[in-house]
Design a protein around this ligand. Structure first.
Ligand SMILES: Nc1ncnc2c1ncn2[C@@H]1O[C@H](COP(=O)(O)OP(=O)(O)OP(=O)(O)O)[C@@H](O)[C@H]1O
Ligand SMILES: [Mg+2]
Length: 357
């Protein structure tokens, strides 16, 4: 094993929890040397959702080519690597197993320490990442409030220090990303629904559609199932008015755009309002946004505006680092490695792993 590099531990990180195969080399939990992601979006588009066995087989096919590409141009070799990190959960069991077994094998062959990482912690630690050539800049300051909005999760946490989380609230039903995907399907938009709804909403010329917001009193919990039902009823009524009966017949784009805009506004309104309220209550010195839905331009813009008005810096990774990738696992893995954590080669996949500690 080599001594740690001057810039902090060099971590080779593997992510395969869902439908993206990602491998990255990250230095000091911040600097990305390489970050390669093979997306399965095209593979799952015909089914409009992820078929777990198909996802696991695609990870198997792609993970070694992704590893080869991750070394290219990174300017480092195995001798420089201090630890191997891997997503151990939450996620799809078959998908997680591919990454975990590849990471274990690499750690064993190259005699490197091995660290299992929580995928949700990865989404949070994406806020610390820097692209090649980008200045180090300020780090998010504690205490901070973080909103993680992804395909399977939606929660608010307070962090008073690294790797220390206090759950403030979470969704009581669907995740925000799941709601985007389901409503995208209802509107006849492309898979995945999140980016498609953002694009359609951008085309809205009329901005009159109003959908319900579930405030759930003073709590920091979220609920999107009522909104989803309201969207379904509105779409069904609009289709009946337009005389559309066959599933392959779609509403005119102007109508779809207005409904997409109204739905997106309702989600963003609740997410931003609760995050700002939590930041005030916690006396937060920064606000962090992460997870695939954090790629949403309306959410980013509204939260940026309200955080600025509050005088609290908002840290949001660029969109490509909000959706699943290996670099975010390298960022979190480096923190755990530096804190002395090691996993055994008997580490198991934990599909419903909570964010803890
Ligand atoms: N621009 C966007 N606007 C809204 N949603 C988006 C956008 N881009 C991606 N998403 C949504 O992000 C989700 C994917 O995020 P991510 O990759 O973090 O989820 P996941 O890894 O499947 O779930 P989890 O992280 O909870 O295990 C999808 O639901 C997708 O629709
Ligand atoms: Mg994710």
């Amino acid at each position: 094993m080599t001594a740690s590099r001057a810039g902090g531990p060099l971590v080779l990180a593997v992510e395969s929890s869902c439908d993206e195969t990602g491998i990255a080399l990250v230095e000091g939990g911040r600097r990305i040397l390489s970050n390669v992601v093979a997306s399965q979006v095209a593979l799952h588009a015909p089914t409009g959702g992820i078929v777990p066995e198909v996802a696991a087989r695609a990870h198997l096919r792609w993970i070694l080519p992704v590893l080869d590409e991750a070394w290219q141009g990174a300017g480092v070799s195995w001798a420089d690597v201090d630890a191997v990190a891997v997503t151990r959960g939450p996620g799809l069991a078959g998908s997680l197993l591919v990454g975990i077994n590849v990471a274990k094998t690499l750690a064993w062959i190259h005699d490197k320490p091995f660290v299992g990482v929580n995928h949700l912690e990865g989404h949070l630690y994406a806020a610390w990442l820097r692209d090649p050539g980008q200045a180090d800049g300020e780090e998010p300051e504690f205490p901070l409030v973080a909103l993680v909005v992804s395909g399977g999760h939606t929660f608010l946490v307070e962090m008073t220090d690294h790797l220390t989380y206090r759950l403030l609230g979470q969704t009581v039903d669907d995740a925000a990303g799941e709601a985007f995907d389901k409503v995208g399907r209802l509107l006849g938009l492309d898979y995945p629904g999140g980016p498609a709804i953002q694009r359609a909403a951008g085309d809205a010329s009329r901005r009159d559609a109003v959908f319900p917001r579930a405030w759930l009193g003073d709590s920091y919990d979220f609920s999107f199932s009522g909104l989803k039902t309201a969207a379904r009823r509105t779409v069904e009524a609009a289709r009946a008015d337009a005389g559309l009966r066959e599933p392959e017949e779609h509403l005119p784009h102007a109508a779809v755009a207005e409904l997409a805009w109204g739905f997106q506004e309702a989600v963003v309104d609740v997410l931003v309002t609760k995050t700002i309220r939590a930041a005030v209550a916690a006396g937060a010195r920064s606000i962090v946004l992460g997870g695939g839905v954090a790629a949403n331009a309306a959410l980013r813009a509204r939260l940026a505006g309200e955080a600025e008005a509050l005088g609290v810096p908002l840290v949001v990774p660029r969109p490509g680092l909000c959706t699943d990738n290996g670099a975010m696992i390298g960022a979190a893995g480096a923190r755990r490695f530096a804190a002395g954590e090691r996993s055994g080669l008997d580490l198991e996949a934990t599909p419903s792993l909570p964010l803890a500690r």
